[in-house]
Design a binder for this molecule. Structure first.
Ligand code: CUA
Length: 177
């Protein structure tokens, strides 16, 4: 099962569970009950949930922010200027080096395009939007050398399917050490 299928199934189960809770609340809504007996328990649960969120959520947030991809900008990136046209990509360089950050400056000369980079196995490794009037900066470190394809990820007209460019990723010198 792919990770997308797992995510889809988990999402569906969560939706069903949430729906069941709503239906149960709706079902019990006619029942007039005294608050006092359940209030103490509810407040205790609320306190527990609050501290669990603080004690679990805070370390997770700190951990995730340490992995912040934007810190990769610190190592002087290789810059690739990419412009989308109906219907082709214009890249000012088509060869980069693996293991060091590549900064793609992505824009469009006409309509919105999607800038998606695929490895040889057809897996999307990075993507951003190509928009007229904006330059979106996409920073990516290619782990493996090889030939990558840039495909358009947003339907932009008749020849959308043929907006394909190639990026050759060469072995980084750092990899030999
Ligand atoms: Cu450009 Cu689809």
């Amino acid at each position: 099962m792919s990770i997308q299928t797992v995510a889809a199934v988990l999402t569906l189960l969560a939706i069903l569970a949430l729906g069941a809770v709503f239906l149960r609340v709706r079902w019990l809504a006619h029942d007039g009950r005294d608050y006092a007996p359940v209030q103490g328990t509810a407040y205790r649960i609320r306190t527990i949930v609050f501290w669990v969120l603080v004690l679990v959520g805070l370390p997770i947030s700190i951990l995730l922010f340490r992995e912040n991809p934007y810190s990769a900008q610190a190592a002087a990136p290789q810059v690739v200027n990419a412009t989308g046209y109906q219907w082709y990509w214009d890249l000012d360089r088509s060869e980069v080096t693996a293991g060091t950050p590549v900064e793609f400056r992505v824009t469009s000369a006409d309509v919105n395009h999607g800038f998606g980079i695929y490895d040889a196995g057809g897996t999307l490794v990075a993507q951003t939007q190509a928009m007229p009037g904006y330059v979106n900066r996409l920073i990516h470190v290619f782990d493996a050398p090889g030939t990558y394809d840039v495909l358009c990820l947003e339907y932009c007209g008749l020849v959308h399917h043929n907006m394909i460019a190639e990026i050759v990723v060469n072995e980084g010198e750092a990899n030999d050490d």
